[in-house]
Ligand binder design. Structure first.
Ligand code: DP6
Length: 419
């Protein structure tokens, strides 16, 4: 009898999903409710191609699991934090009946409360690079658990759960162009993400990310925005007067694929976010000299062309995200950037330009020596800052979360432990 019980406890059910990261073009900065993660303004983002930047997460359930456990990039991490607990609680409370006929597994809605999950997550980019890994991570966790638990809620409802893991995560539930509506409800039921347009709507755009070398440990977004809310008068003006109008203009620019307006709004909003950081007591400095040089290069180039070619935006760190109007412009931009920020002598090109490497070919760069043959960009008077950029990633707007096939599971299908 006992053996039969053990047999029936042996099954493991799992789902693997992939979720993109996103970059805000109208920034979220400041919460009106810290616990529920409710923002002081709407924000808009572009989802980045998950082929180049994404999180993959496997979630599994088995009666044999004795506690909820999670591994991030192979290392076990604690799930005891309030944000993980909120996401797990919210998604569990929406779990439904699951019937896997093939495996002969039946889980009733009411069983979920007594079952534990194992989670393994992997970022295909360095977690420490400051590239919104928490956004893709929490979005993937919630999306994958939603599939495992047969949650019937739509993507927007799931975004409101991911939001409680990390604010910006709610925007990673969709591809293309996404708006996080701040909402009015004190409980946060209407603070969720909606898709403005999918990734095919404006597919000429090319995105180049400069991962800037930095020795400084940055203030986390959570701490930084708390200090800003407590001390900055400029934030109040931004949230009340500036962002609402900007959101409308940005939606229009995206709808009409109006690059000039899109770029102007993106750059201005990034600069205002960093101004708000400076207006915080004590002031927060996220950008460094390299960030400022990149701004200067892009601003001068845009000015000399008479119309914007490239938009730039910076999150809570020195990395630059540049959005070029088309591939030809992106090729020219990459040439200017490579000339200005060449790799350290020992770096190989393959690890210096990541993502869509075909732009590198278009730029005529096949070997590190080719960089020296590029024309010096007039915008920065041909100055060079070797090693100041760790690497570049070439990418584009991308799709939202997807479920992956069984071969991609990060957990052993028999044991539910990392492979
Ligand atoms: C500068 O979403 O990381 O990237 O909600 O506290 O987890 P928490 O913060 P987080 O903040 C992101 C701030 C930003 C701007 C943005 O993505 O809109």
């Amino acid at each position: 009898m006992a053996a039969a019980v053990d047999e029936s406890q042996k099954w493991v059910l799992m789902v693997t999903a992939q979720t993109p990261t996103n970059i805000a073009v109208i920034k979220y900065w400041g919460k009106r409710d810290e616990k529920l993660i409710l923002p002081v303004n709407d924000s808009i983002s572009v989802t980045l191609d998950p082929g180049h930047l994404c999180t993959t997460t496997t979630v599994s359930v088995s009666p044999a699991f004795t506690q909820d456990r999670m591994w991030l990039n192979g290392q076990e991490i604690s799930l005891s934090g309030g944000r993980f607990q909120s996401c797990l609680r919210e998604i569990r409370s929406r779990a439904c009946d699951v019937h896997d006929k093939e495996k002969g597994i039946k889980i009733n809605k009411k069983d979920w409360d007594g079952l534990h999950v194992h989670i393994a997550s992997f970022n295909n980019f360095p977690t420490a690079a400051g590239l919104a890994s928490s956004a893709a991570g929490f979005a993937c966790l919630v999306f994958a658990l939603g599939k495992l638990m047969n949650v019937k809620e739509d993507q927007s409802q799931l975004s409101a759960i991911a939001r409680q893991g990390s604010g910006s995560a709610c925007r990673s539930l969709y591809g293309g162009f996404v708006k996080w509506i701040m909402g009015k409800d004190d409980k946060g039921t209407d603070s969720l993400a909606v898709q403005l347009a999918d990734e095919k709507h404006w597919d000429e755009l090319v995105i180049i990310i400069a991962v800037v070398s930095s020795r400084q440990k940055e203030t986390s977004s959570t701490t930084g925005m708390r200090d800003t809310v407590e001390t900055s008068l400029l934030l109040q003006h931004r949230a009340k007067e500036v962002v609402p109008k900007r959101i409308l203009k940005m939606e229009e620019a995206i709808r009409n694929r109006d690059f000039a307006s899109f770029a102007q709004l993106t750059c201005t909003d990034s600069n205002q976010f960093h101004a708000v950081c400076l207006d915080t007591c004590p002031p927060i400095f996220y950008m460094n000299d390299t960030s400022h040089r990149i701004i200067s290069l892009v601003e001068k180039w845009n000015c000399s062309e008479g119309t914007p070619q490239v938009a730039y935006t910076f999150d809570a760190g020195p990395n630059a995200v540049m959005i070029a109007r088309d591939r030809k412009t992106a090729t020219l931009l990459l040439q200017k950037l490579l000339y200005t920020f060449p790799p350290n002598s020992d770096a190989d090109l393959n690890s210096f330009v990541l993502g869509d490497k075909s732009i590198l070919k278009d730029a005529g760069i096949n070997a590190p020596e080719d960089i020296a043959t590029l024309p010096p960009p007039p915008e920065i008077k041909g100055q060079q800052f070797k090693g100041d950029v760790s690497y570049f990633i070439c990418t584009r707007p991308g799709r939202g979360p997807v479920v992956l096939s069984d071969e991609t599971h990060l957990l052993n299908p028999e044991t539910g432990l990392p492979k």
